[in-house]
Each structure stands twice: as C-alpha cells, then as structure tokens.
Ligand binder design. Structure first.
Ligand SMILES: Nc1nc2c(ncn2[C@@H]2O[C@H](COP(=O)(O)O[C@H]3[C@@H](O)[C@H](n4cnc5c(=O)[nH]c(N)nc54)O[C@@H]3COP(=O)(O)O)[C@@H](O)[C@H]2O)c(=O)[nH]1
Length: 535
C-alpha cells in the first residue's frame, strides 16, 4: 500500500502516472471508436446485403404459393391428360413458376413440359433435404430426368410435386470499399457461387475457423435467408475502410488524443491536490501517525543525563518520516495546536512508561505552541504524567518572541510553576530576543538557540555565545545550550565559569526512539563520558 501511495506523492511519479493514464485512456478511446466504427461498418454491410437477398426471398414465396396452388388446384388422377391440363393451368397463373414435375417420394412420374423421358426416374438425394417449410432442394441439377436434356436448374420438391427453376445467378454492384458474394449453402457445408466476387465466401469461412488467432485484415459479415440456404457474404478490407474514411479516422484519433490528454491532466490535478503534502497531512493527522523522538539533555559537568526533549515527527502515508519544520506551520494554520500537543504528550507518556527503567527520574521538555500558553490546558494535557510525577519533571518550551504575544503570559507561567510544570524560553538569542522580556517573564530556564553552539570556532556567533550565556546567567535562569555538535565545543562550554547547567546536541546524541533512549540511559548510567574517550 505504502508503495502504491508513493507513486502518487513524488512529482516525477505523478507525471508518470498521468502519462500512463493518458496513454491508457487514449488506447481505450481508440478501442471504443474502433468498436463503434466496426458496428457502423457491419450495419452498412447488412444494409447492402438485404436488397441482394430480397429476390431470393421473393422466389421462395412464389415457390411456396406455387406448391400451394398445385396442391389445391390439381385434383385429377396423376399423369392423366386432365392432370396435365390442371398442371398447365397453374403454370399460366400470374406469379407462378411453370415447370412442374409429379414426383411422389422423389420418383418422377410425369412433367408439365411434356419432355421426353422414361418414367419412373429417381431424383436422388437432395443437396438440401426438406426442412420445416423449406422444400428439398437440388442445386444445378441436370434436368434430363424431366426430358430437358443438356439443361441444369434448381429443383425444389415438396411431396408430391417438384418445381424446376432455371439456373439463377445475380448481378451485384457493391460500393468500392467492399466486396460481396452470394452463395447457396447446403447443411453439409457444400456451397454454390450465385453472384458477386468469387472468393469472398471462402475467406469468410476461413476467418471463422481462425477466429481465435491471428489478425484479420478485413471486416466480414454474412446475412442468410431461408434457413441459411441463401447467404450474402460481405467483406470490407481494413485498408479500404481506412482510406475511404480517412477524415473520420484522423478526426477520431485527434479527438481521442485531446480527450485523453485533458482527462490525464485533470487526473493529475486531482492527484496533486489530493496527495499534496498539505492535504495528506490534514487527512492523516491522527494519534497513530505521530512519532515521538527523544533527544537527551545532559548536565554539562557531571555528564549525568538529566532527561530529554520530546520532539514530534509525522509518519506520512508512504511511511516516510516527516520533520516538524514542514508540518508545524500546518498544525497552526488548521487550528489543531491543542489536539496536536495532547497527542504528542499521550504518545510520549505511553512510550516512556513502557520503555524506561523504573525509578529513573527524568526531566521531559515539550515544545508547545505560543498560543497555547494556558496553564489550565497544559496542566490538563500533562496531567497524565502526574501519577508518575516522582519520575518525570515536565517542562514546556516556548519561543520568547511569541510568549510576549500572550497577554497574561507571566500569570500563566506562574500558574504552571505552581502546578510543577517548568517553562523554558526556547531559541533565545534569535528573532526579537530582548533582555527586558527575559526579566519580565519568570521562566525557569532559557535554551540558547543552537546557532550559537553550532557556529564555527572563532566566528562572530561563536564569540557571542559567551555573552549570551552571561546575559542569561544574570537573570538567574537555568541555562541549556543546544546544538552541541563537537567535542571541542563541549570542552569549551565546560571551561566556562561560572558553570553552564545543561547541554543538548548531536555530539551527545541525536533524537532517539523511546527504546533507543532507554538503552542510551542504561549505557550512560554512570554519566556521559565521551569527552574523556575523545581526549
Ligand atoms: N509545537 C511543537 N513544536 C515541535 C514539536 N517537535 C518539534 N518541534 C519543533 O520543530 C522544530 C524542529 O525540530 P527538530 O527537527 O526535531 O529539531 C530539533 C533537534 O533535532 C535539533 N537539534 C538538536 N541538537 C542539534 C544539533 O546538535 N545540531 C543540529 N543541527 N540540530 C540539533 O534542534 C531541534 C530542537 O529545537 P528546539 O525545539 O529549539 O529545542 C523545533 O523548533 C521544535 O521546536 C512539538 O511536538 N510541538
């Protein structure tokens, strides 16, 4: 899941996702357009086929009418002169065929044409046996049996009569982009060309056989009548279609491309909006996504670990850890400062109670938002540590420049002290730090901004470190020097007289998980003596 989410977080991946989406959509639209075009072409093929089939349907109707007339109008005993007269009467009726054969059970006994032959003659096996209302049918049958030597025709037989039809072929003139063939098809699969372009039917049958494999280069269709006996098979080669419909093809491609590009762009905008850091943070800011780390704070001279500063991190939806500089301003903007501080305090409490060795007394300092310098609220939040009050000494850090924006800051600080919560001015020496504020705010301690201790030896900032320490010491507050990154700086701080109280920085330790902090405490139970090791 985290991997999937990561896809949507980085700008490069977002671009890639939108590109892939665009291509997929383009493919989808082209496929949809191709399906629609296929449907339309098949509709046209059917439209061209039906008029070609109509004469065959008409002939079948005439045959049916003729058989009915023979049955009702010919009543004389078979093959008598009267029978012959009656046959001819039917033959002269309008819209009737006129070549009849009396052939009960397929054995020819006499005909209407008076041809010379020696009855009885068996018609033999039909090419298409009678089926439902359809008569049995012989295609291109030699007509010798009816005395019509040398002629061939189609014979229809519906007991006891047979009708002889002349050889029938059709002329068809399809549009240039398609080819057409008319065939008679027997249930056995045998077929007879009746008109159009030879080969179309064969290719159609071949394409049906290989339907599951291979690319067909033409659209094919067949429309059949009379229980599948007469079929019009049509074929539209793709090349002909593309060249015939060039304009439509180009217009469809351009439209598909434009629509896909637009949708992919919209999707990207939505992804960017949804997965922008700000919205991810707002959606997923909850107790479970807060990570606490603990940076040891050391008594400078004894090396004893006095406690730690609790620092918050946020676990992003892709499981990466985000530093506070990115999200603290968002917490403030969203007005979630109080619930955020509560979540940090509760998580730290749960982790430390679990991880720390019993009986170890520690100072814990928390960063609070300036607007939350409210003793009632803070006592309530940090009250969870009260049951373990003998174990933890709670302090809150607040940037001095912001404290002065809280009208009754001195009162709140006093109330906190009364409740056993210490206050520290954080990042002293930056921004609007001012000695008057230091005097007015009765805080317990001052944390010197880390830029002093981190400054290169001999730099202006490094030289100012001593003055900043003097200034804070004059106010009789506890001094914490942050940002101690080197043994040399620690040694320099140890040489300062009168002595500095507490130090914090990467040289002592980076912020640690609760388990690592507990292990750190065990490792340095006798005090932090790395300096001696370095020396
Ligand atoms: N309201 C809240 N603010 C919080 C909370 N957790 C953190 N913060 C504030 O975010 C700022 C950045 O904090 P972070 O990235 O955790 O950095 C801290 C230390 O890692 C860093 N530090 C400590 N020692 C050194 C060092 O030797 N070198 C070095 N380059 N950096 C070091 O300093 C940060 C601690 O700063 P401070 O708070 O001033 O003591 C920071 O401003 C936090 O206040 C929170 O839960 N609530």
């Amino acid at each position: 899941m985290a991997k999937l989410v990561r896809l949507f977080i980085s700008a490069r991946q977002q671009r890639l996702v939108s590109l892939v989406l665009g291509l997929l959509l383009f493919g989808l639209f082209v496929a949809a357009a191709a399906l629609f075009a296929r449907h339309e072409v098949v509709r046209l093929l059917v439209g061209e086929s039906l008029p070609v089939l109509r004469p065959f349907a008409d002939r079948a109707d005439i045959a049916a009418g003729t058989f009915a007339a023979l049955k009702s109008d010919v009543t004389a005993p078979p093959c008598t002169p009267e029978f012959d007269r009656q046959l001819r009467r039917v033959a002269y009726q309008p819209n009737r065929f006129n070549e009849f054969v009396y052939a009960p059970n397929g054995i020819v006994e006499c005909t209407s044409s008076m041809g010379r032959f020696d009855p009885p003659v068996a018609l033999g096996q039909p090419d298409m046996p009678a089926q439902g209302r359809e008569p049995a049918m012989w295609v291109d049958r030699g007509l010798t049996f009816a005395g019509l030597n040398g002629l061939v025709g189609t014979v229809l037989h519906l007991h006891p009569y047979a009708i002889v039809l002349p050889l029938e072929t059709v002329r068809i003139d399809p549009p240039g982009w398609m080819a057409m063939e008319v065939v008679f098809v027997a249930p056995s699969g045998r077929w007879w060309h009746r008109g159009g372009t030879p080969g179309v039917y064969q290719r159609y049958v071949a394409s049906l056989r290989q339907q599951d494999g291979g690319l067909d280069t033409a659209l094919r269709n067949s429309v059949c009548l009379l229980s599948g006996r007469v079929c019009v098979v049509t074929e539209a080669p793709l090349a002909a279609l593309l060249s015939h419909g060039k304009i439509y093809v180009i217009a469809s491609l351009v439209a598909a491309l434009a629509l896909a590009a637009w949708l992919a762009r919209m999707a990207r905008v939505m992804i960017v909006r949804r997965f922008a850091f700000e919205s991810r943070f707002r959606r997923h800011l909850e107790a479970g996504s807060i990570v606490c780390v603990y940076q040891p704070i050391m008594h400078l001279h004894s090396g004893e670990i006095a406690g730690c500063e609790v620092l918050a991190r946020w676990r992003d939806v892709d499981d990466s850890i985000v530093y506070p500089d990115r999200f603290i301003p968002l917490v403030e903007q969203a007005g979630l400062t109080r619930s955020f501080t509560r979540m940090v305090a509760e998580r730290a409490h749960a982790e430390l109670i679990e991880a720390l060795p019993e009986g170890r007394k520690l100072m814990l300092t928390f960063n609070i938002f300036p607007r939350d310098l409210d003793a009632a609220f803070l006592c309530n939040v940090f009250g969870i540590f009260a049951s373990a009050s003998s174990r933890f000494e709670i302090g809150v850090e607040i940037v001095e420049s912001n404290v002065i924006e809280v009208a009754d800051a001195p009162l709140q600080i006093e109330a906190l002290r009364a409740a056993g919560i210490r206050t520290y001015i954080d990042d002293f020496g930056t921004g609007y730090s001012n000695i008057q504020n230091l005097v007015a705010l009765t805080v317990d301690g001052v944390k010197l901004d880390r830029s002093f201790a981190m400054a290169a030896t001999g730099s202006v900032m490094a030289r100012m470190l001593g003055h900043a320490i003097d200034m804070v010491r004059a106010s009789e507050r506890t001094i914490v020097v942050e940002g101690v990154e080197t043994a040399e700086r620690l040694r320099q701080l140890r040489a300062v007289i009168p002595p500095i109280d507490l130090v914090q920085g990467y040289f002592i330790s980076r912020p640690l998980s609760a388990e690592d902090f507990a292990a750190f405490l065990v490792r340095h139970a006798e005090g932090f003596h790395e300096l001696e090791l370095v020396a």
